[in-house]
Write a protein that binds this ligand. Structure first.
Ligand code: NAD
Length: 363
């Protein structure tokens, strides 16, 4: 049996509960993992008075190359933007991959949703290039646009810049096509607003079309304007397969698509770069239910299954996915978020009871 060392970042809020559950399930699947637990988030910042992303944590991921994390509360008013954004940028985790798959019994509005959201992770409005209202940067930009005749920006504006590069677009679209080939998928759809933002989204679309030509005859390609995509995916998700987005639309569409299959409690994800990968659920730290043993750990557990695929532990990954489907199909141990999504008034189970049921299903 191969021994793996993985950095485990429990994070904040329900992250402590979801990652503990995930760890039990992975161990029950018989994978030999040494967990190197590392801190990040609001809690460590409060405890140590230091950074919410300690250097030792980044070093641990660099050393082990693979990490799994819980959600992190974005501290408000500290000047620190987001641990997640910082991790993605520091380790150049350029591809955010979020499979959206129906689980019978988990409350989805459709029976057979099977699509994959691939989101560019390093630029767009999330690049963090912002100029506060009344700052020198904002004033200079306002004057520059006035001089260039590119359009008037009101003087009392805060400004965020939306960079979309050929380099980042090429690699994310290529990632989407390679993913499609590796997973036997038929089509890649690029989503944009190229009709309005010609030099950012327009560039994204043009580069996507160029890359698509390299895959012609092997993987189909089409594109959608983002607003039309939102309507179309809700009307009929089966039109889509692998969908590639610039950063902001991908973030919003991930939650929209998670809603098609039962919500955030079951939506897994991965942030992948050339050298490192960090696996994490789509949801946040859910302060409203944290510490009460009420959360649904499925998303974190399915993120771990993606991690096991990445580590070459395909058999264990598959057994975990099957165990999850079995527990949902049986319908005895279901957490409150899913009871709500299914409109059921049956009692909800705790995170611990759900985990116990999964461990039992695996053994
Ligand atoms: P959230 O995802 O934490 O919660 C939204 C709603 O979904 C809440 O009602 C919550 O109870 C519910 N929910 C989420 N996950 C659940 C689960 N596993 N089981 C049951 N119910 C679940 O989003 P939010 O409230 O907007 O954000 C809270 C904090 O999390 C913020 O500080 C935000 O910045 C952070 N956040 C972090 C990440 C991350 O670390 N990857 C992602 C999103 C949000």
């Amino acid at each position: 049996m191969t021994k793996h060392t993985v950095t485990l970042i429990p994070g904040d809020g329900i992250g402590l509960e979801t990652t503990a559950s995930m760890r039990r399930v992975v161990e029950a699947a018989g994978v030999d993992i040494v967990w190197e637990v590392a801190d990040a988030g609001a809690a460590v910042m409060e405890r140590t008075g230091g950074s919410p992303l300690p250097e030792e944590t980044i070093e641990s991921v660099r050393r082990n190359k693979v990490a799994i994390k819980g959600p992190i509360t974005t501290p408000v008013g500290t000047g620190f933007r987001s641990v997640n954004v910082a991790l993605r940028k520091t380790l150049d985790l350029y591809a955010c991959v979020r499979p959206v798959l129906s689980i019978p019994g988990a409350g989805g509005r459709y029976e057979n949703v099977d699509l994959v959201v691939v989101r560019e992770n390093t630029e767009d409005l999330y690049a963090g290039i912002e100029f506060p209202k009344d700052s020198e940067g904002a004033q200079r930009l306002i004057e520059f646009c006035e001089e260039q005749g590119t359009g008037t920006i009101r003087p009392d504006s805060g400004i965020s810049i939306k960079p979309i590069s050929v380099t980042a677009t090429e690699r994310i679209v290529r990632y989407a096509f390679e993913y499609a080939l590796a997973h036997g998928r038929r089509k890649v759809t690029a989503v944009h607003k190229a009709n309005i933002m010609k030099h950012s989204d327009g560039l994204f679309l043009q580069v996507a079309r160029n890359v698509a030509e390299e895959y012609a005859g092997r993987v189909d390609f089409d594109d959608r304007i983002v607003d039309a995509f939102c309507m179309n995916v809700v009307i009929d998700p089966s039109q889509f397969d692998v969908i590639v987005f610039p950063n902001l639309y991908g973030d919003i569409a991930s939650d929209l698509c998670a809603g098609l299959v039962g919500g955030l409690g079951i939506a897994p994800g991965a942030n992948i770069g050339e050298d490192y990968a960090i696996f994490e659920a789509v949801h946040g730290s859910a302060p409203d239910i944290a510490g009460k043993d009420l959360c649904n750990p499925t998303a974190e557990i399915l993120s771990a299954a993606m991690m096991l695929d990445y580590l070459g532990e395909d058999d264990a990954a598959q057994r975990i996915r099957e165990a999850v489907r079995k527990v949902y199909a049986e319908g005895r141990f279901i957490t409150g978020d899913i009871r709500k999504a299914t409109g059921s008034d049956e009692p909800a189970c705790s995170c611990t009871e759900f985990t116990d049921a999964l461990v039992a299903a695996l053994s």
